[in-house]
Design a binder for this molecule. Structure first.
Ligand code: CMP
Length: 139
C-alpha cells in the first residue's frame, strides 16, 4: 500500500552538505518527498521526539548530537514507504549497513548515522504529526 514515513537528515549530514545526495537516493529508489523543511531542533524538541529512548545510555549524547546543527525533516511517500526507507537507509550501525545504503556511504558512526526513519506505520503517523500539519504535506 502507499504509505508515508518520517525522515530526518541529521546534523552530521547537513554539516557535510549531503542533503541533495541523500534526497537523490530516496527519489531514485521510488520515494517521493511530499514535505520538507530545514530546522534547528531545540533540546526540548529532541527530548520529546526521542522520548522512547529516554532510559537508554545513549540518550544524552543523542539529544546533544541532534541539536548540534540543522536537520532536514521530511515526509516520504511511496509503496511500503516505511520498509522501503529502512532499506534505503541501511542498518543503524554503518559498520553493519549494506553496500549502497545511505548509512554505509555517508554515516560517521552509530550515533552520527546521517538519517532517521520511522520504524513502523504507527510511529510514522506519530512522528509526521510531531513536525508537520496536514496542509504542509502535498502528495
Ligand atoms: P535513529 O534511527 O534516529 O534512532 C535512535 C538513534 O540513537 C539512532 O538512530 C542513533 O542516531 C542513536 N544511537 C546512538 N547510539 C546508539 C546505539 N548504541 N544503538 C542505537 N541507536 C543509537
Amino acid at each position: 500500500a502507499v504509505e508515508r514515513t518520517l525522515s530526518i537528515i541529521k546534523p552530521d549530514a547537513t554539516r557535510r552538505n549531503l542533503t541533495g545526495r541523500i534526497n537523490a537516493k530516496f527519489e531514485e529508489q521510488g520515494l517521493r518527498i511530499v514535505a520538507q523543511k530545514r530546522i534547528r531542533l531545540t533540546r526540548e524538541q529532541a527530548e520529546a521526539f526521542y522520548a522512547v529512548h529516554r532510559e537508554r545510555p545513549f540518550f544524552g549524547g543523542l539529544v546533544a548530537f541532534m541539536t548540534s546543527g540543522p536537520v532536514v525533516v521530511q515526509v516520504l511517500e511511496g509503496e511500503d514507504a516505511v520498509a522501503r526507507n529502512r532499506e534505503i537507509m541501511g542498518a543503524t550501525d554503518p559498520a553493519k549497513a549494506a553496500p549502497g545504503t545511505i548509512r554505509k556511504e555517508f554515516a560517521e558512526n552509530i550515533e552520527a548515522n546521517s538519517v532517521h526513519g520511522s520504524d513502523s506505520a504507527e510511529n510514522a503517523a506519530r512522528e509526521i504529526a510531531f513536525f508537520f500539519s496536514e496542509i504542509e504535506i502535498v502528495g
